[in-house]
Design a protein around this ligand. Structure first.
Ligand SMILES: Nc1ncnc2c1ncn2[C@@H]1O[C@H](COP(=O)(O)OP(=O)(O)OC[C@H]2O[C@@H]([n+]3cccc(C(=O)O)c3)[C@H](O)[C@@H]2O)[C@@H](O)[C@H]1O
Ligand SMILES: Nc1ncnc2c1ncn2[C@@H]1O[C@H](COP(=O)(O)OP(=O)(O)OP(=O)(O)O)[C@@H](O)[C@H]1O
Ligand SMILES: NC(=O)CC[C@H](N)C(=O)O
Length: 560
């Protein structure tokens, strides 16, 4: 006799932080979450996209041994469900006759009930899925789970491509849609996701549960913030952003549809907090997942290195961060004081390593060769390179990763020295324009974000925020000697980079044509530097990683 279909379903959403390639570790994490969900009465656990592999696995998917390890792991996990506990929907790559797919397996009672393959493979911005996966050959209907028909589109499948996947699932009898996602952070992305899901709910008339991955993976930060929308378009539940969590949500069958009867309603952080927490999580996971015990950075008394030091202490704790002030002839007393005050406020290790000897040593070594030439950028870069070499020596000696500190404004126009201040393994502020660096610094002085390991109070001394930024590579230098004021520069850059706007359109916003042409030129000729730059956290819709792929050799200039 078949059991009657239930009127209540407890669906756990596992918003977890996997490690790409750590199949055994991810399986252990999945098992732990299932045990936890079982203790809280869950019928089913929904994991995120490709959870067993970690997302995005990129070219690992081309390795047969990796595919076999993933498939073995999900089969073992499916076998666990013979214990009568919750069923599972878990993401894994699967190699089948139709190709290698981005898939899920749905298991219950010790058996794999169904496999589903992603139909719409994203291939834009940061995504390159068509490179390693084949799309599922056809839309497959809902899966009957203990008498309830559940549709399982996978991430991009609901983003509104050519195929009406949610609608088709609804027409074939699905009652709830459960969507595993690997949806990376960019500013305001939570709103974008809500809009995407609401649009699908309107189209298909079904409630949709959106489970998103958590954690940093190279340049990407997965921010979680999993949620669901009821069939009547109301928010059914909202999970927290930037935190690992497993929650059991309760769904009740009504006359017409399933409605969420119990689930969390977490508050989503506002702009500065969200960006700060993304930078912090991205840095923490990069350092920890790559096995570094600690980090080192040059602390100049300027705002960029100060916010990087704060992010590092918040991400890793004061004991794991070493800040090094490396004064030279042009380092002001103010900078020495500001750097020390910042390090003291943060409580991290602080050292002073002057660079007179290395810089003067290089100058001596080159004196004959350079005879008759004037001093200029070459000599300025020697200072930056001496600092870069010292940081790399500390890195080699103690195994600390160098945190590099160039903001997006500088990285855009090439105001950074190759093999100098560009040295480093990871850059937490690579995708923040200078004005955003200021905004986040002010915000951090007034708040300690959840999960931060650093202290409260003014961790970035006010003087660092108030003074005119300077690289201090020659007497009385300020950034504004050779660049437009940062509010102007950042606006032009945002128009050129994120907006891909024409020079005419940017001039129409009130900027001088000459300045816009100059910035466009600087942006293009700095491409070679960016290709050699360390990776860093993606915060905007278009970062200097995968999102923007300009040629290095490029004669185009917009003179239209
Ligand atoms: N297309 C290309 N493809 C490959 N390599 C190319 C290249 N063009 C130049 N190069 C190479 O790159 C070298 C030039 O690059 P690089 O040595 O870095 O030096 P460069 O870009 O000439 O100078 C560094 C710039 O960064 C500024 N800076 C430095 C440090 C800190 C800050 C700050 O504001 O925080 C600013 C500094 O004022 C200066 O404008 C050339 O000598 C050449 O070897
Ligand atoms: N005197 C210094 N001591 C230690 N590190 C330095 C020093 N000067 C520069 N650096 C390092 O090189 C990076 C680039 O610094 P620079 O001062 O040239 O300009 P910046 O981009 O305005 O950075 P900041 O705002 O941190 O000063 C700094 O963020 C810092 O990590
Ligand atoms: N992994 C995916 O398919 C993600 C695609 C989706 N457009 C997102 O950014 O969230």
């Amino acid at each position: 006799m078949t059991k009657p279909a239930p009127d209540v379903l407890r669906i756990a959403v596992a918003q977890l932080n996997p490690i790409v390639g750590d199949v055994a570790g991810n399986l252990a994490k999945a098992r732990e979450a299932r045990a936890d969900a079982a203790r809280h009465g869950a019928d089913l656990v929904l994991y995120t996209e490709l959870f067993i592999a970690g997302y995005p696995p990129e070219d690992l998917v081309l390795r047969p041994a990796f595919l076999s390890a993933c498939e073995r792991a999900v089969k073992d996990f499916a076998a666990d469900t013979a214990d009568g506990g919750p069923g599972v929907i878990i993401g894994t790559p699967l190699k089948r006759k139709s190709g290698t797919h981005n898939s899920i397996i749905f298991a219950d009672g010790g058996k794999i009930l169904a496999e589903r393959h992603k139909l719409d493979l994203p291939n834009y911005g940061e995504f390159d899925e068509k490179r390693v996966f084949q799309a599922g050959p056809e839309i497959q209907g809902p899966v009957n789970f203990r008498g309830v028909r559940l549709g399982i589109p996978i991430c991009e499948d609901i983003w509104g491509g050519d195929i009406a996947i949610c609608e088709t699932l609804s027409e074939s009898g699905a009652e709830i849609l459960l969507v595993p996602n690997g949806s990376p952070y960019y500013r305001d992305k939570v709103d974008v996701r809500h809009q995407v899901v609401i649009r699908q709910v309107i189209e298909c008339g079904l409630p949709i549960i959106y489970a998103n991955q958590l954690g940093g993976q190279d340049e990407l930060v997965f921010d979680g913030a999993s949620f669901a929308i009821n069939a009547d378009r109301t928010l059914a539940f909202q999970m927290s952003q930037f935190e690992e969590t497993v929650v059991v949500t309760k769904w009740r069958r009504s006359e017409t549809d399933w409605v969420c009867a119990d689930g969390p309603m977490s508050k989503i952080p506002e702009k500065e907090e969200a960006d700060y927490r993304a930078c912090m999580l991205g840095l923490r996971d990069y350092v920890n997942k790559n096995g570094f015990k600690n980090v080192v950075l040059g602390l100049s008394g300027g705002i960029d290195s100060a916010i990087c030091a704060a992010l590092a202490v918040d991400a890793l704790g004061e004991e794991r961060v070493r800040a090094v002030m490396m004064p030279y002839r042009y380092t002001s007393k103010d900078s020495l004081k500001d750097a020390e005050d910042c390090a003291r406020a943060l409580g991290c290790h602080y050292d002073i390593v002057p660079i007179f000897e290395p810089v003067d040593g290089f100058s001596h070594a080159l004196a004959q060769l350079f005879e008759g030439t004037g001093e200029g950028i070459t000599e300025e870069n020697l200072q930056s390179r001496a600092r870069g070499t010292i940081l790399m020596a500390i890195s080699n000696k103690f195994g600390s990763m160098v945190v590099t500190t160039g903001n997006k404004s500088e990285m855009s126009v090439g105001y950074a020295t190759l093999y100098g201040d560009m040295n480093g393994g990871f850059n937490p502020i690579k995708d923040l324009y200078k004005m955003q660096v200021y905004a986040l610094s002010r915000w951090r002085n007034g708040h300690v974000p959840p999960g931060a390991l650093g202290p409260s109070g003014e961790v970035i001394p006010k003087n660092i925020i108030d003074k005119a930024p300077s690289a201090e590579l020659r007497e009385n230098q300020t950034d504004q000697d050779s660049l437009p004021p940062y509010p102007v520069l950042d606006d032009i850059l945002e128009c050129l980079v994120e907006g891909e706007m024409s020079v005419d359109a940017i001039v129409a916003r009130g900027h001088s044509r000459k300045t816009v042409h100059r910035i466009e030129h600087l942006l293009y000729v700095a491409e070679y530097k960016r290709r050699q730059a360390a990776p860093g956290v993606k915060i905007t819709k278009k970062n200097f990683g995968r999102d923007r792929r300009y040629p290095i050799t490029n004669r185009f200039r917009d003179r239209g």
